[in-house]
Write a protein that binds this ligand. Structure first.
Ligand code: TRP
Length: 334
């Protein structure tokens, strides 16, 4: 049976946090050990340019995110693990897809519309204030990432579902004009933990400044967990787990039994300070070993870069092959 191609990327514009791990990295690493899958995981550094012009941040974040995947157990021999920017066929495909994308489709993209909405609310003179063409057409770059490797399954957070629908739309239009050359991808959303809440209860995201970094020191991790927003219920008062951010974060790192025990502790009136201490100890125990591996890798960037260079070589066998076909199909090849 033909293997299912699994593909996902993380934008390299920040320090990896618990939400990245639970929502993207952990399920992707698990999938990579399933023999019926072939996995492509990459560092979306061209996407980072949409968000920041800070070159040092992009470089540093890319190393950190690469080290995180590796420290968490990604086996670069089993998967194709690479930097988006090492695949020159990706911007090339992006252009071909741009010419197949209805402008009206991009007008509907949430990522772009959210910024327009902010501008309107702030009564800016121009509703497009601060919006680059990169942000506007970001779903097309993401489509190229996906379609380049014939991805069947794309695990992402719920906020990315629309982008997958757009990738399907664009691929269908391309195929309609040029023949069945692109695989129509499917979105995979891990329902249990797809979007982790952050310190303030909103989605854990760098944009909200509410993240818990994965590999900060033990002391800082404890401090972060102590900052998670709770309510004013006193020790001894029964507490609800539903909609409780602390519980939700714990749940993402606990098995069913552990979660049930914590739920009982809540019902029995555990104090927030004690509950947070337990959550800290639990998560810290899980992260202690990977944290050591992470620190070792970060001290040896040449090792990380060597792994990514080898990944790019593997990836380009696929991207080169597909682009040769697409150049022919579009009339670009002589
Ligand atoms: N846009 C995704 C995010 O911000 C990252 C990403 C870029 C991606 N290209 C992708 C995810 C392709 C899946 C597939 O989270």
């Amino acid at each position: 049976m033909k293997k299912q191609v699994y593909l996902t990327g993380i934008t390299t514009s920040g320090t990896p946090h618990l939400g990245n791990y639970v929502g993207a990295i952990r399920p992707a690493i698990e999938a990579s050990f399933d023999e019926s899958n072939e996995s492509f995981y990459f560092l979306a550094d061209y996407h980072a340019l949409i968000k920041t012009a800070d070159a040092q941040l992009v470089r540093q974040s890319r190393l950190e995110i690469a080290a995180t995947w590796l420290a968490m157990g990604l086996d670069p021999e089993r998967v194709t693990f690479y930097r988006q920017s090492d695949i020159p066929e990706i911007p090339e495909l992006t252009w071909m897809l741009t010419c197949m994308t209805a402008k009206g489709l991009m007008n509907r993209a949430h990522a772009y519309k959210a910024v327009v909405q902010e501008n309107v609310e702030a009564e800016a003179a121009d509703p497009d204030k601060g919006i680059s063409m990169g942000l506007y057409s970001y779903p097309i770059l993401m489509s190229a990432d996906i379609l380049m490797f014939g991805a069947n399954k794309v695990p992402v957070g719920r906020d990315q579902i629309q982008h997958l629908e757009m990738a399907r739309d664009i691929a269908q239009r391309f195929n309609h004009h040029y023949g069945e050359l692109l695989v129509i991808p499917e979105v995979v959303v891990e329902e249990r933990t797809a979007i982790l809440s952050g310190l303030d209860g909103r989605k854990m995201s760098k944009s909200y400044n509410n993240v818990i970094p994965l590999f900060e020191t033990e002391k800082k991790l404890r401090k972060s967990i102590m900052k998670i927003k709770t309510n004013s219920l006193e020790p001894g008062e029964p507490k609800e787990v539903d909609g409780n951010t602390l519980f939700e974060i714990y749940r993402a790192f606990a098995n069913d039994e552990e979660a049930a025990a914590m739920k009982t502790a809540y019902a029995d009136g555990i104090g927030w300070g004690d509950a947070k201490q337990q959550v800290f100890e639990h998560i810290n125990a899980i992260l202690a070993e990977p944290r050591e591996r992470y620190n070792e890798l970060m001290a040896d960037p040449a090792k990380i870069n060597g792994i990514l260079d080898a990944g790019a070589e593997k990836a380009r066998v696929h991207s080169g092959r597909l682009m040769a076909k697409l150049r022919k199909a579009t009339g670009i090849a002589p």
